[in-house]
Design a protein around this ligand. Structure first.
Ligand SMILES: NC(=O)C1=CN([C@@H]2O[C@H](COP(=O)(O)OP(=O)(O)OC[C@H]3O[C@@H](n4cnc5c(N)ncnc54)[C@H](OP(=O)(O)O)[C@@H]3O)[C@@H](O)[C@H]2O)[C@@H](O)CC1
Ligand SMILES: [K+]
Length: 478
């Protein structure tokens, strides 16, 4: 958020005072107008805190009052309210109220309690709104109050919004859970500030197109990538089949399989080459996937993969083994933990007791970054918002996720898909974020009919026409 403040300061130095706030308020009022449909006669409540966030809300309230809305403002700290905003609201016919029943009665509530300057959850004077029934639409100004704009953490109570109108840039807290789940539909209003590349980004479709390898007539299996998969056990042969399915759909030129589920794998995918002599004798491989459904012996397999001199993706039981070893030097690593595995990895690297997994889920960006730094690895932290962190500090949030992907074996498919992109030569950070993107899209596609989906449905959907389309160069050549 320091970058946002610096960019705002730079823009403000060039512009007449109040310009940015006026742009923000106009954009905000325009979205509110569309949500209300008919502004004239509608009931609007402005919740205004003590900072500029409250100022935005009050000016927007004034604009709606000028269009005939009945606007009331509830001031959370009346002695420190944005004076210009309040004066504008009054001049437009709006009034101050201290009647909290307005919250339930309003057609639209503007949450201007606190924005990027907030610390901690809602304070007592506002916390009650978080649990209060309402019939209207709650529009958060810039960020839902109580959500930490920079991280998506929620410390205490926060006000759940139906729509968030943010200014200048998407704040990470709107994209990363738990904050994202408070934001509802997010609208961005441009206010003319120029930002340096954000510390947290999300891939767009055009980025995925650019990054995805497209086989050409010259491509042999090595150009498309050879993936080694060491997965599955007597107890979980399915994990091997699903990882292989993910790798095949990811475009791998060849798959070599090592492990005790070879019969199941070959029955389903006869094109897979099985190595009976273990990982070291498997032949040329351009990336290893170790751990899904791992079972006994996964530690030894992991050590061999780490010494193979190619990128290694470690998942599931492989992560438990890695946590026992702690950070290892020399290998190009991608780790794909859920929060329980992340807790074990943190404990393995720090020698402390595993932290509470729920706490890690609530601070996803910080958790992924910490692991990436400790292990010198690209970390894809799975969960309600998948986050990818690189040891160089970059972070991407996956925009395509869906709760439908929380199905058994879905992670095995992701591991194979990601391994395939690593073998094709994508940098670990790109491979992980593109794999999460495709996996999310595939989950959405598989779930289109609204019936429960299986992990194999997800793998199959990676090849769906719409996703295949992403591999083709755009028609206009851009
Ligand atoms: N800069 C610009 O050019 C532009 C900025 N814009 C807008 O300004 C917003 C940032 O404004 P800001 O910096 O005034 O901070 P803001 O978020 O209103 O909060 C600070 C105040 O809240 C208080 N407070 C803190 N924590 C709290 C809590 N948990 N619960 C309750 N109160 C809490 C804190 O008080 P204190 O801690 O001192 O008691 C302080 O007074 C930004 O999000 C965007 O909406 C747009 O207009 C575009 C142009
Ligand atoms: K707010």
């Amino acid at each position: 958020m320091e970058q946002v403040r610096a960019a705002e300061a730079a823009a403000m130095a060039r512009l007449p005072e109040g310009t940015l706030m006026q742009r923000a308020a106009h954009g905000l009022a325009a979205v509110c107008g569309r949500l209300l449909g008919r502004v004239y006669g509608s009931r609007v409540l402005v919740l205004a805190g003590s900072g500029d966030n409250g100022g935005d809300a009050l000016y927007a309230g004034a604009l709606l009052a000028r269009r005939g809305a009945r606007v009331r403002a509830l001031l959370l700290s009346p002695e420190r309210v944005h004076a210009g905003g309040l004066a504008a609201l009054r001049a437009a016919g709006g009034r101050v109220t201290d009647d909290q029943r307005e919250f339930a009665a309003a057609d639209l509530v503007l949450d201007g309690i606190v924005g990027i300057g907030g610390r901690g959850g809602l304070r007592p004077e506002a916390a009650g709104f978080a649990g209060m029934a309402r019939r209207g639409t709650v529009v958060a100004v810039d960020v839902p109050s109580g959500v930490v704009a920079g991280t998506g953490e929620v410390a205490g109570a926060a006000l759940r919004a139906d729509v968030t109108v943010c200014f200048g840039t998407y704040k990470p807290g709107l994209l990363v859970d738990p904050g994202a789940s408070y934001a509802g539909v997010v609208h961005l209003v441009e206010i003319g500030i120029e930002l340096p590349e954000a510390a947290v980004t999300a891939l767009q479709e055009a980025d995925v197109r650019r990054l995805l390898p497209v086989p050409d007539v010259e491509s042999d299996k090595y150009r498309r990538g050879v993936v080694g998969i060491a997965a599955g056990s007597a107890k979980y042969p399915g994990a091997a089949v699903l990882s292989v399915a993910g790798a095949l759909r990811g475009g791998a030129g060849l798959i070599r399989y090592v492990g005790s589920a070879a019969a199941e794998v070959v029955r389903r995918f006869p094109e897979v080459v099985v190595s009976d002599a273990g990982l070291a004798a498997a032949g040329r491989v351009q990336s290893w996937v170790v751990g899904p459904g791992g079972g006994d012996g996964v530690g030894e397999v992991l050590d061999q993969a780490l010494g193979a001199g190619v990128p290694v993706l470690v998942d599931a039981d492989g992560l438990t083994e890695l946590a026992r070893r702690g950070p290892v030097a020399g290998a190009s690593l991608v780790l794909t933990p859920h929060t329980g595995e992340a807790a074990r990895l943190l404990a393995g690297a720090t020698g402390q007791a595993p932290p509470d997994a729920a706490g890690l889920a609530a601070s996803r960006l910080a958790t992924a970054r910490r692991l990436a730094e400790l292990y010198g690895a690209t970390v894809l932290l799975k969960g309600s918002t998948t986050v990818v962190a690189d040891p160089d500090g970059r972070c991407r949030v996956n925009p395509t996720g869906t709760p439908w992907l929380a199905t058994a074996g879905s992670g095995d498919v992701l591991a194979g898909l990601l391994g395939s992109l690593l073998a094709a030569g994508l940098a670990p950070f790109d491979a992980a974020s593109v794999a999460a993107y495709l996996h999310g899209l595939a989950g959405r596609h598989a779930a289109e009919r609204g019936t429960p989906i299986t992990a194999m449905d997800v793998a199959t959907a990676v090849n769906h026409q719409g996703l295949g389309e992403l591999r083709r160069p755009p028609r206009d050549g851009s």
